[in-house]
Design a protein around this ligand. Structure first.
Ligand code: TXA
Ligand code: MG
Length: 317
């Protein structure tokens, strides 16, 4: 059921049942991060393998310090600059966080989401919320309550509606457990902004996909059911595929025949707008009358890097 009653959500969370919650990045599937039964219910609703750890969500830096060590130095600088916001920090966990949340790691991923309803909810409970994206494992992340309903509606009792996600792709994950911070996942906060605050350049040595320290960074992820192919140029490619119904996920000005199903991430080539539309348009193309989705990489700067990362993973079969 979709609704906007925080009290109902809290009542269910207190019973260790998983609840869909809005964040500015994507919708999460939330449960009490201190309770193994609640965490287990999240993994099971998502069909998520236990080697893929969860991010915990809190309302303030003071709260965060109850659950992690070493929220100081670079980590604190980043937290102060970007929280609440699309930034997740990886830090040594305190004992109170169960290993089920971290897939056995001594580090836990933590953030303060920038979403009014969820922040309000978080201030009314006395535990952090573990919340992976609220999609079946491997599929496209949800950016509104209806997306969650469509895919997990029969497995979870409630989805708290906070409207459309304002950022639209997952948080950027920075490992701050060593001297030199490392970006583990590109996301809604661009790397240049992080580098500006830290005064460090070339932070990204990304991103070994099969790297077990970031288990969610699997090659294939964020995938629609249809095949996605990344190409250089739509106009030239369309004729090559003349026996197949093509859907196009485009960016910027295009000149495609009207017969082609086209979803344009941003006609004005605005990266924020593109990030906001990305998962929604991928879903719509997955449900549209076409057999193959063609797309093109965005300029390799700012949020374009994170969007390209998602497109590349979505195109792996
Ligand atoms: O924007 C977001 O981060 C959203 C919203 C709901 O907050 N959440 C999200 O969660 O994207 P999820 O589960 O789809 O991705 C979590 C990823 C894991 O797959 C892994 O790559 C990384 O975060 N992660 C979490 N805990 C970790 C840990 N202890 N060590 C290494 N990586 C971790
Ligand atoms: Mg996810």
């Amino acid at each position: 059921m979709i609704g906007n009653d925080i009290a109902i959500a809290i009542d269910l969370l207190n019973q260790n049942l998983p609840v869909g919650i809005p964040t500015e990045t994507v919708y999460g599937l939330a449960g009490n991060a201190l309770n193994e039964k609640a965490i287990f219910a999240i993994f099971s609703a998502k069909n998520r393998p236990f080697f893929d750890p969860l991010i915990i969500h809190v309302a303030s830096i003071i709260e965060a310090k109850k659950y992690v060590h070493n929220l100081e130095g670079n980590a604190l600088k980043l937290a102060q600059a970007f929280w609440p916001g699309p930034l997740t920090l990886l830090l040594p966990k305190k004992d109170i966080i169960p290993y089920l949340v971290t897939s056995g790691s001594d580090k836990v991923a933590i953030r303060i989401p920038n979403q009014k309803t969820t922040l309000k909810l978080l201030t009314q409970i006395n535990y952090p919320l573990a919340a992976p994206s609220a999609n079946p494992f491997g599929y496209i992340s949800p950016t509104n309550a209806k997306h969650v309903q469509e895919q997990l509606g029969d497995k979870i009792p409630y989805i708290l509606d906070g409207g459309e996600c304002k950022v639209g792709i997952e948080s950027t994950i920075v490992d701050c457990s060593d001297e030199i911070p490392k970006i583990l996942r590109l996301g809604g906060l661009s790397v240049v902004e992080i580098e500006k605050v830290l005064g460090i350049r070339s932070l990204v040595a990304l991103n070994n996909n099969s790297n077990p320290i970031a288990p969610g960074q699997l090659d294939k992820h964020y995938s629609p059911n249809k095949k996605i192919q990344i190409i250089e140029n739509f106009e030239d490619s369309i004729s090559v595929f003349n026996n197949i119904k093509i859907g196009v996920l485009s960016f910027g000005i295009t000149n495609l025949p009207l017969s082609v199903v086209e979803f344009n991430l941003s006609k004005s080539s605005n990266m924020e707008e593109a990030a906001r539309n990305l998962f929604n348009y991928l879903r719509q193309l997955d449900n549209a009358d076409c057999d193959l989705i063609l797309t093109k990489l965005l300029p390799k700067e700012g949020l374009g890097l994170a969007i390209n990362d998602r497109l590349q993973r979505a195109s792996v079969k």
